[in-house]
Every structure is written in C-alpha cells, then in structure tokens.
Design a protein around this ligand. Structure first.
Ligand code: NDP
Length: 924
C-alpha cells in the first residue's frame, strides 16, 4: 500500500488538467473549482460534433479556462508531438480524468508531479473496459460500483484510490444506476479523491488479480444483439443493461423474406400468469412465438420463465409493445410532393435554430435537450410559418423529427389544420331536418371505433313527431358490453393513465368546444329523436351538457386529498394523508327524457375523476349519444376511454350492471328499475352505485306569494309542462292555499289555452310530442285512473286529436285527495295535480308534502321568509326551490332522498361519486 506524495503548503495550489468529456466531467470540474487550493489550468476534450460542442468544452469556455479539443492524442500508437506540447504548456500537477473515452499516452499520464486519477464505473478489476455499467447488469451482479484509480499503461489496471458501491435493485436499468448513483456519487467522490491527494492521504492499492474481467465494447452494434437462447433472467438482464441506450437488438420475422430489426426497452420478469387476448409475434432465435398483449410483449426464456417488454423502438420511433399490431396499421406518409419536401427543409431549419444541432430524421426533440419553453417556441414558429393550428401536444405526440413532419404534412393536407383529429368511418344515416343535413352514426361505439353489434340486431328509432322510423341503430348484447368493458379496462390501465389531470381537462374542454360548434346539429337530432322542442334542446339539453363538460373539466387538476393529524406512535412521528383516486371502469345507464344531458351530467364527472366508462343510453333515443361519440374521437380521447352502446335495458343495461370488471354504476331512471340495479350491483361484485330515480315533488303555493310569478313559473319552468312534463323534478303535486286556489287555476288554464303545441322544430312551439308510444299510453291510463278515483279533470287528459305523432294535451286535475293514485305516483308527463290547503294549517301541509316515498325536489312560493325557511328545514327532498322552480346549475349538487335514490349528479359532490379515497400512513 502506498501513499501519494504530500502536497506541501509551499506548493499550495494544485494545478489540475481535466481530461474527459460530458456533463459529468463538467460537474467534476466545477466542483473542483470551488476549492481554494485548486486551479483548473486546462481542459482537454473531444472536437465538436457538427456545430455541437461537448458539455465540458462549453463549461470551460464559460470560465475562460484554456481549452483543447484533440481528435486523438496518438497516431499509429505514437504520441502526436504538437498535442503533447500543448498539453505540457498548461503545467498541470495533477490530471483528473472524470470520463475519458480517448486513449491517453503514458507520458501524459505520468507527466504531472502528482500523476493522474481516473473514474471507472465498476468495482475494478471486475468489468474492465468501456461498457462496465452495462456488464454489471448483464452479468446479474448484486452490487453496482465505481472506482477511482491511478491509470497506468494497461486498460483499467492501475492501482485503486477509492471505491464506492450500492445495491442493485430489480428495477434498475443502465439509466437508473447512472442517475441515482454513478453520476451524483461519482462527482462527489472525484472531489474527495482530489482532497485526499491534497492532504497526502490518497492510497495506491494494487488491483487484486482474482475476479478480473474484461468485456466487449457494447458500442459495437454486433455486441448489442439479444441472445434469446438463455434463461428469462439473463434475457431480462441483457435488456436492462442496454436500457435506455442503445437498446437490445432483436429481429422480428414478418415472413421468410421480410425481417425487421427492433430494439427492446423496459423489461421485467413476468409472473402474472397467462396473457389474455395475446397475438403471436415471431422473433428470430426464439423457438416459440412471443405474445403481444395488453401489458407488452411476452418472451419465454429457455427455463420456461417469462420476460415482459414494455417498449419497442422501430426505426426511430418508440412505441408501446402492446401497440405493435395497432401501430402497424398506421401508415406513415411516403408520397411527399416537392412542395412538402421544401417545407421539410423549412421545418428542419426551425428545429435547428431551437436545438442548435444539425437535424436528422431521427432527431428527438427532447433527447436533444429541449425544454417546455422550446416546445412553445416550436409550436408558435410552426403555426406562424405554415399556418396550421398546431398545439403543444403535437410535439409530445411526435417528438422525433420524421414523425413531427409527418403530422405537419397530414395537417397541411387536411386543410382544416386539425392534425390531431382522426377521420372516422361509420355506418350511419343522413338526417335532413331543420334545414340541415347531419350525418348520424348508427353503430355501437367501442374502443374508439363504430362497429356492428355482435348479433347484428338493431333497434327501430322512431320520430315521435310523425311516428315514422328514422333509422335502425345497432342493439348491443352482453357480448358487446363485454368487449366495451375490456376496452375501457385496457384504456384505464394503459393510455388513459398516461394522460395527466391537466391534459384530461384540456381534452374535456376541447370536447365541449366541439359540442358547441355542433350544437345546432345536436339540438336538431335531440328534437327529432326525443321530441324536445328545438329551442329548449338548444338551451337546456345541449347547452347544459356543454356547461357540464366545461364545469367538470375545471375540476380535473383540483382533485386533492387531505393531510390528517393522527396520533403519533411515539417516539416516532406519523404522516397520514388521503389520495382521491379514480375507481376504474364505470357503467352509466340513462333514461330518455334528456338523452345528451343525462349522459353529460354523469359522464363529465366520471371522466374528470379519471375513470373510463361505457354508457347504455335509453333505447328509444340514442342518437345524440352516438353523435357525441364521434366528437370524442375528434377531441382526441384515447380509444376505450368512452364507449357508447345503445341497447335495451333488461339485456345490455343489465349486462353493464352485472359485469364483474365494472366497479361503479351511475344510474338514472325509475325507482323500480333502480332497485333492481342496486340489487345486481351488490350481487355481481359489490360495485359502488349512485341512483337518480323518480320523484313526486311537492310544490306549496301560499296566498302571500307573488301570484304572477308563481303562475309564470308553473308554465315556463319544469314544474309540470316543461319538456312535456318528462322531467324528473317536475312538481308532481301542487298544494295551493284555498284563498288563491280558484284564481291560480283560472290563470293556469288561460295560459294553457294559448300554448302552441306542434312540431318541436318550429321555433314558436312550446309543447312537443311525448317521447314514445308506450309512454303516451301510460299517460292516458294515468289520467283515466285519476278520473275514476274522483279527481276533477279540468283540462286535457287525452291524446291530441287530429294530430299525427305522440302528442298529449297538457292536463290539469283539481280536487285531488292525498290517497289517490295520481297523488302518489309519478306521471312523468304534462299533468298538473292540484290539491287545496288552508292557510292556517301550515304544519299539516308540510306533513302532507312529505307523505311520499320520493324525495327528489320540492318548492315553495311565499313572501314570508320564516315560512320559506321553515319549509326548507322540514322538507325531505334533495333539492328545495324558494320562489323559483327548476333553478338547476351544473355547479349545484342534484339528487334525491328516500326512494328517489342517493348519490349526487353535478357540483363537486358528483366527483366523489366517481372517486375512491385511499388513506396512506407513514411512520418516520
Ligand atoms: P327506466 O328505469 O325504465 O330506464 C332507465 C334506463 O335503465 C334505460 O336506459 C333503461 O333501458 C335501463 N334499464 C331498464 N331495465 C334495466 C335493467 N334491468 N338493468 C339495467 N338497465 C335497465 O326509466 P325511464 O327510461 O322510463 O326514465 C324515466 C324515469 O327516470 C322516471 O322515473 C324519472 O323520474 C327518472 N329520472 C330521474 C332523474 C333523476 O335525476 N332523478 C332524471 C331523469 C329521469 P331501456 O332503454 O330499455 O328502457
């Protein structure tokens, strides 16, 4: 064991020459510069590559340190005299070689009084040579290490000054060991080594003879080939030893004549059991095919164990291994015009100006060091130069120059500039209505594509205004539901996980913008399909749907947990916090009264919370849901995140409710079906459910109210006649104080007589047809029963005569007793049920208002604030309106009590319906 020569205080300043390259060397240099007794007298590095200089050169120039860039130090094994002369001119007393890829002549190593020290990324004498870190992994070592040694005339054979080591983790790759250990600890250790030399405590320990290895240079492509004829563990180690540079090489065999070289990344040993729905892929050197599956590419080793590979590089493009076959379907452009090629040169110069290096097809924007400001600059320059509306996400989607250019050309060719938007093929029909021609899809929407139903069954979609069949829509079976659930499951654990909360919000906003752009189309479809009056469809059905998507988009990046002050386990402390996490695949089942709005109320909250979903809209009017599905593709939602399956309730709806991979069910519909749904949720897999069910909402009108306002609200808002009474919060029962009863009824009837009933597309129409025939028939028998039980039918109660279509006359019943059927049951139609009460008996009327199993909404009209607040206190309903009715808003929680269900739509509370809370406790 030898110590190095003591550096006397007389010599006091150590004159250091840095010989090497890379940011590592630059960091070592800067660390040494912090020492008062060190002077960096020269930096020796490699020449520039094109216009790009090495990071060490840049750092040296920043500090005005004499800088030398030698292509080589020797020629035919003989030192180049001019090089040696320049080196000697700096008068170094120590050479520090932090990362040196060049062969340095012996005379240079020995020239300084204190010699030379060199960094090597393994524990010498193990893994001598240039690819030491990779071999550490490839050989399955349990530790990773580095050595600082005194180089001599052999390759990595000189005596050791110090070594450091760390345990290798199963998740380590070449990249991770370098970043977490070899780099940060290596820089520090170089400083320690120089300090030891300064103090005269540096050792020179001869390297042991035993355990020495010298391995091949993995920079040579021939050494990068993965040997598949070995155990899974050795295959895994080889891949991670070359991850992320340059990647292990393998050959995919497409056919006898066609092979393709690819590189593998992100390997891990796989023990999760057989893969589902895998597709075989032939790889040279493997006896059995590998399997592309939803989690990657599965390879079997000679020992029967498996390795899974997450990413594959094809040419310059990195893809998820699971997308191998999907990616093959996406054809890059090959037939560029001369004009496009000229644009390619223009684009390259934009990239070059930003990256300050020459641009190849394979140049990766981020690998070349670009940051977020560079993304903004690139996008702005592209927009300015080519007049296409590019966005930041295009750079993330296609960071490699060749792909980015491909995207640009696609955008230029489309003209619209919507480069991200995919064109969708689907079977559909052209709806000609409202002076518009609208393409409407009629297939199921599963995994981002419109497809036929497995059993090829269809539903007749009837226009309630003329009773004609509009089109046939695919009718989903349990098999289709299963396909959609699988797609939603894959998206939840795959592509959707890659989308950040903020990006999710942006997608939702984009979707809302598209809905806004198409709002006339959507309102026209809704009007023709469900009978909604067009103006109302525009304002409420579609308007409130758009609001819901915008409102919930804002929540995406504001979903937070709490920190909770629990009792500490003394003497230690404890940190407890909660995380709000998406639940997974959610099933949504909705009714027919506000088809798109019901979809949006539920789905916007569900998606904002980070879930994926499938929806079964009501079978009678699924068309806006299908048009909406088309817009989700244009907005850029990944396939599988949103799936739309028209079908009937007992089959497709029930299959959604029963599916064991659906973890949450959001249901709006009748109380009877809601009960069945809840039971099935429990039996199938105890899935969480929220139920927005029927109502029979009481409205009390006191004599001291503003009568004009009360009557106006009765007609205009959804108390009874709004949306043809097909309204869950419709005031199902009116209690009118006896003093104003007759006057109130007189004014209501006057208004009803002037109500325009007819074609919902006509802008002056106030009342359109009921949604479908069975519902119309139900309303007729509802009224018949009211008459039979003795209520007074003052107006309507029948189908509109002389009119084609499912038109039902707005209806008014008075003298309704509490025990009558029409006082108890929901009509879901334009039927006003009026009972009297005496103004001296406020308590009784409150009690009567609560005498129902429903508890969805309620209302009171009075100028007496005490009466109003007392009503709000005592009424058993999820929503209370005072001197107003139907003032719903996407920010206000909506949902019922008792048999009107539980769980809220809308507002912040709706998010919780689609989140689960995880509590994390950490002791420290
Ligand atoms: P239903 O309960 O009959 O149907 C609602 C949805 O459930 C439909 O999509 C239906 O399919 C489906 N469905 C039927 N059976 C099953 C099943 N076994 N499993 C799963 N899904 C099934 O209600 P309506 O469509 O008749 O809608 C009217 C009801 O909705 C009214 O009671 C109304 O009060 C309520 N509603 C409640 C609201 C609220 O927020 N509380 C809002 C709006 C309406 P299919 O298409 O075959 O009928």
């Amino acid at each position: 064991m030898h110590k190095c020569r003591f550096l006397s205080t007389a010599q006091n300043t150590l004159r250091v020459a840095i010989i090497g390259q890379s940011i590592f060397a630059a960091d070592v240099m800067e660390l040494l510069m912090e020492r008062s007794n060190v002077k960096i007298v020269g930096v020796f590095t490699i020449p520039d590559k094109g216009s790009r200089e090495d990071a060490l050169a840049t750092a040296a120039a920043r500090y005005d340190i004499p800088l030398f860039k030698f292509p080589t130090w020797r020629c035919r094994k003989i030192s180049i005299p001019e090089v040696i002369e320049q080196y000697e001119s700096v008068g170094a007393t120590l050479n520090v070689m932090p990362y040196c890829s060049q062969l340095i002549p012996q005379e240079v190593l020995c020239a300084p009084a204190l010699g030379s020290i060199c960094y090597h990324p393994s524990i010498l004498p193990r893994h001598r040579g240039i690819s030491a870190i990779s071999w550490t992994l490839i050989e399955g070592d349990e530790i990773a290490a580095f050595s600082i040694f005194w180089p001599d005339d052999g390759i990595d054979t000189g005596p050791l000054l110090l070594t450091r080591q760390t345990n290798l983790e199963p998740t380590d790759t070449l990249d991770t060991i370098y970043k977490r250990f070899l780099y940060p600890e290596g820089v520090k250790a170089m400083g320690v080594a120089v300090d030891m030399i300064t103090k005269g405590t540096a050792l020179k320990i001869p390297q042991p003879v035993e355990g020495a290895t010298y391995e091949a240079d993995l920079n040579n492509e021939e050494n990068q080939f993965l040997n598949l004829q070995q155990s899974a563990e050795r295959i895994w180690n080889f891949i991670r030893g070359l991850d992320s540079v340059p990647g292990a090489l393998a050959t995919v065999v497409h056919s006898e004549e066609c092979e393709e070289q690819v590189r593998f990344f992100g390997a891990h040993l796989y023990s999760a059991g057989p893969v589902k729905d895998g597709q075989p892929l032939k790889i040279k050197g493997l006896a059995k095919p590998a399997w592309v599956h939803e989690g990657g590419l599965l390879i079997e080793g000679t020992d029967g164990a498996f390795v899974n590979i997450k990413r594959i590089k094809r040419g310059s493009k990195m893809i998820n291994a699971s997308d191998w076959f999907k990616q093959a379907e996406q054809k890059p452009i090959t037939d560029f015009t001369e004009d496009e090629l000229a644009k390619k040169a223009q684009l390259a110069s934009i990239w070059q100006a930003i990256l300050k290096e020459s641009i190849e097809d394979s140049t990766d924007f981020f690998a070349a060091g670009a940051g977020s400001m560079d993304v903004v600059r690139l996008v702005e320059e592209v927009k300015d130069t080519f007049d296409v509306p590019f966005e930041n996400e295009h750079v993330f989607k296609a960071p490699v120059f060749e792909e980015f250019f491909d995207l640009l050309v696609k955008a230029l060719r489309q003209g619209s500039g919507d480069s991200g938007a995919q064109k969708l093929d689907y079977d559909g029909f052209v709806l000609q209505a409202n002076k518009r021609k609208i393409n409407v899809p009629t297939q199921l929407f599963i995994n981002g594509a419109f497809v036929d139903a497995e059993q090829k069954r269809t539903l007749d979609i009837v226009n309630p205004t003329d009773e004609e069949i509009l089109c046939q829509v695919a009718c989903a079976s349990a098999e289709d539901v299963d396909k959609a659930v699988q797609a939603a499951h894959n998206a939840f654990y795959g592509s959707w996980k890659q989308v950040s909360a903020r990006q999710r919000g942006q997608l939702m906003l984009k979707l809302a913008d598209l809905m806004e752009q198409h709002k006339e189309d959507l309102a026209t479809i809704e009007s023709v399909d469900s009978g909604a009056v067009y103006t109302l469809a525009l304002k409420t059905h579609i308007g409130m749907s758009i609001d819901a998507w915008r409102y919930f988009a804002g929540w995406c990046d504001k979903i937070q947990g709490n920190t909770i002050p629990v009792n500490p386990a003394r003497p230690n402390n404890v940190l407890t916090f909660t995380r709000k996490e998406p639940i997974g695949v959610c099933g949504l089942v909705t009714p027919w009264n506000y088809p798109l709005m019901m979809l949006s109320w539920k789905m916007a909250a569900c998606i904002a919370a980070g879930n994926t979903c499938l929806i079964k809209p009501a079978q009678t009017c699924p068309l806006t849901a299908l048009k909406f599905a088309e817009l989700t593709v244009q907005a850029g939602f990944p396939p599988g995140v949103i799936n739309v399956l028209p079908g009937n309730g007992p089959e497709a709806g029930q299959a959604v409710v029963d599916h064991p991979m659906v973890r949450k069910l959001g249901f709006t519909g009748s109380t009877a079906v809601g009960k069945q749904v809840m039971k099935s949720c429990a039996v199938s897999n105890l899935k969480k459910c929220s139920l927005e069910l029927g109502g029979k909402s009481p409205l009390i009108i006191f004599a001291d109210c503003d009568l004009d306002k009360a009557v106006k609200q009765v007609r205009e808002s959804p108390q009874c006649f709004f949306n043809k009474g097909e309204n869950c919060i419709a005031a199902g029962r009116l209690f009118v104080e006896d003093r104003i009863h007759d006057e109130f009824v007189r004014r209501v009837l006057k208004d009803l007589r002037s109500m325009t009933i007819g074609d919902p597309l006509n802008r002056s129409t106030a009342h359109g047809p009921q949604n479908h025939k069975a519902h119309l028939d139900k309303l007729i028998s509802f009224c018949k029963r009211g008459v039979e039980e003795g209520a007074t039918l003052l107006y309507g109660g029948c189908r509109m005569s002389n009119m084609k279509g499912f038109f039902f006359a707005p209806t008014v019943f008075t003298d309704v007793q509490d025990d009558m059927y029409i006082a108890q049951e929901e009509s879901f139609g334009p039927i006003m049920i009026i009972s009297k009460f005496n103004g001296s008996d406020v308590d009784s009327v409150m009690e009567r208002a609560n005498r129902t199993e429903y508890g969805l909404a309620s209302g009171v009209f009075t100028k007496d604030i005490s009466k109003a607040l007392s009503f709000a206190d005592r009424i058993e309903a999820g929503t209370v309106f005072v001197n107003v009715y139907n003032k719903t808003d996407v920010a206000a929680p909506f949902g019922g009590f008792k048999q009107s269900g539980f769980g809220k739509d809308l507002g912040q509370e709706a998010l919780n319906e689609y989140l689960k809370t995880k509590c994390v406790t950490v002791e420290y």
